[in-house]
Design a protein around this ligand. Sequence first.
Ligand SMILES: C[S@@+](CC[C@H](N)C(=O)[O-])C[C@H]1O[C@@H](n2cnc3c(N)ncnc32)[C@H](O)[C@@H]1O
Length: 458
Amino acid sequence: MLALSCMSNIIPPALVRKLGSLAGFDTAAFEAVHEKEGGLTSIRINPAKPGQLDTSSDQVPWCDTGYYLPERPIFTLDPLFHAGRYYVQEASSMFVAHAIKVLGLHERPLIALDLCAAPGGKSTLLNTYLHRDSLLIANELIKARATVLADNLIRWGHSNTIVSNNDPSAFRHLPGYIDVMLVDAPCSGSGMFRKDRQAINEWSEAVVQLCSERQRRILADSLPALREGGILLYSTCSYSIEENEHIADWLCETQGMEPLSLSTPEAWGIEQTRSDKHACPGYRFYPHKLRGEGFFLAAFRKASKQSTFDRRKPKAEKTITPALRNWVSNADDFFTFTVGEDIHILPKDREADLHILQRMLYLRSAGTRVGRPAKGDLIPAHDLALSLARHPDIPVLALAKNQALDYLRKGNLDPAINSQGLKGWALATYQHATLGWVKLLPNRINNYYPKEWRIATM
Ligand SMILES: C[S@@+](CC[C@H](N)C(=O)[O-])C[C@H]1O[C@@H](n2cnc3c(N)ncnc32)[C@H](O)[C@@H]1O
């Protein structure tokens, strides 16, 4: 408590001392910006989904789908949040979008791995910015967090995504398989001090050291999966040199990586550093220099030789059955597979990848869960309602805001809303954005919003 009330001592002096050794570091401005709790609110919109959003506010300079909000709304009470129309994401970390563009990673289909992916901020960004025919493997070590990750990716709606729940060392079984790998490593969290005061109490030089060692372990364990010539994006929300520039030097020294620079306009206020030994460019975000929290990113190409394995295509491809054609748009682009009773779809040219990944990893989910067969038809899954692969001709029940919130609370809906007298399965929508399924009966509307997703009554 004493530390919290004594403002100039809020930032651990040992951290400030170390940062003071970086060329051009402005200690006074850094301390001043940390005197107030809070920080900014920003969202990144999902350009693939409909729904009116007020984007008159300022754009995040390094991400054309990122916007600062003038204040923090109660996101839970906005149906568009639940529809995956946007993701609430800290502005600095949206810099990954710029890195993708500068490195041309959007130009052709790639296999991408987001190794430390929960809750999914950067995975949803990768979904938006990578080439649409890419495959994204979003991995998270901690099981409960992998569930949150999977849910956020369902909301975002892309079918070309696989969620895995593995230790980084599991990726050793996929030598040379990945084209681009993002390691947004667990770190000491100093970049979030303005948003999370508790992080200040938990910070110590020993924690920085432990994090630095863990970051090396995570990278050494997973890097065999990156193909020769493949790209690594390494990021943290720490200011500590031990977790940033020192890791960059270590990657060059021991992991056969060569540094890449990402040209950024000076007006953005991003500080470019050079590591001591290999002059690796690093991109530092300081809240006193730009509108964002503390963040670091560095990019590398794998220069060393990397063996790989045989990836012959299996021939068991199952195409979409006639019954599914009314539910899935561009049905011929997908193949189907079942998990338990549920039918899933994944883009056709990813069938071999699914077979490989099923053998080597523990997969939490793959592609889009479409639903369960029932008497020649389908009981549609919630994932399909939120998916971009959903058929455009499925009937729609348009809801006003209070009705949409009742729907999201899994409450009862007045049958009078169904003024057109529609029957059967329909999509509950708000401002053209889909929230989930309803079943329309003559005197009733059955609410199929998943009970584990429902919002609390406020
Ligand atoms: C900085 S967070 C990732 C944030 C995420 N990339 C995003 O943008 O939403 C780091 C993640 O690494 C996971 N993690 C923790 N220890 C790990 C380890 N030893 N190996 C791999 N991942 C780990 C954490 O559970 C956490 O989800």
